[in-house]
Ligand binder design. Structure first.
Ligand SMILES: Nc1ncnc2c1ncn2[C@@H]1O[C@H](COP(=O)(O)OP(=O)(O)OP(=O)(O)O)[C@@H](O)[C@H]1O
Ligand SMILES: [Mg+2]
Length: 283
């Protein structure tokens, strides 16, 4: 999988010295305005078609960075450029186009899917919101997205509801929803943390397949170095809002330079089945 690393490709995303602080509002009467630094000058570049892993422990700032890249929150300083354009300056039609091109795969397929919506309606909704396709074309796009997410035969899933799906199938439905607009950049924030290891593995294979078939670029957020090693071309390790090291996934995990990365490696439960060479060759 790593042979497809494309660090030489033009960068699709450039994050430069991004800072984000939150007001610490814990404590009912605390009004002193203490701030918490979630990101303290983060820089990273992601090449087109790459799967880039952002790896760090809980609270290190991973989701904050994902939310800033999705333009869901404002930053205090720095710059985030998508295809060379500063995203926080986008407005109107350009902002709408950005929201189409950048999608997110949610963490928890149990929470993220509307229990009252069928798989068909769930996947069709982004097309309707974005007025993306004529009605006749819509059903074909929905069917293609469901099939590409590995729910086959796709039509058999059209009228199913979330409670009729397993966790893995739910996450595939969420992936179909994210992919139906043909985004070129997708953020997957801990997309398998609610699934067991073997199902997680099938979802990773699906993401790799989507990258291969559609050339989608991924920012894959995880606390799990084994998963990052399996899936990612390059990774950045984040600790307390700062990138401590970044580079090709394999070399960082084999030869970590930072004490923090070493501690993270030592703390990992081993996904031993993923490390077996024959398992990786199959993918
Ligand atoms: N809306 C918010 N208001 C205040 N503090 C926040 C907010 N969002 C995040 N934080 C704080 O910013 C820091 C980084 O949080 P973030 O959610 O980005 O971490 P994370 O790496 O995604 O963690 P996890 O692995 O648990 O998801 C944490 O200290 C968190 O408490
Ligand atoms: Mg998070």
């Amino acid at each position: 999988m790593h042979t497809e690393a494309k660090p030489d490709n033009p960068d699709i995303l450039e994050v430069e010295r991004v800072k984000k602080t939150y007001r610490d509002e814990r404590g009912l009467f605390r009004t002193s305005g203490e701030t918490l630094t979630a990101l303290n000058g983060v820089s990273l570049n992601i090449g087109r078609g790459e799967i880039f892993g952002l790896v760090g422990a809980s609270g290190s700032g991973k989701t904050t960075l994902g939310r800033l890249v999705l333009h869901l929150e404002s930053m205090d300083a720095g710059s985030i450029r998508f295809h060379g354009t500063e995203i926080h300056s986008l407005k109107g039609a350009a902002l709408k186009a950005f929201r189409r091109r950048v999608q997110m795969i949610p963490q928890d397929p149990y929470q993220s899917l509307n229990p009252y919506m069928s798989v068909y309606d769930t996947v069709a909704e982004p097309l309707i919101i974005h007025h993306d396709a004529a009605k006749e074309k819509r059903s074909q796009l929905v069917e293609d997205a469901i099939r590409a997410a590995g729910l086959t035969p796709a039509k058999a899933y059209f009228n199913r509801y979330p409670h009729q799906l397993s966790g893995g199938q739910r996450q595939r439905a969420a992936i179909a929803r994210a992919m139906v607009l043909s985004p070129d950049f997708v953020i997957a924030d801990e997309p398998t943390s609610m699934l067991d290891a073997s199902i997680s593995f099938t979802i990773f294979k699906l993401l790799a397949e989507i990258r291969k078939q559609r050339g989608v670029t991924f920012l894959f957020i995880t606390h799990d170095l084994a998963a990052a090693r399996f899936l990612c071309d390059r990774i950045a390790v984040i600790y307390h809002g700062e990138i401590v090291e970044s580079g090709p996934a394999e070399s960082i995990i084999r030869h970590p330079q930072s004490d923090y990365t070493r501690a993270l490696i030592d703390a990992q439960p081993r996904f031993s089945f993923m490390k077996q060479p024959h398992f990786r060759e199959q993918t």
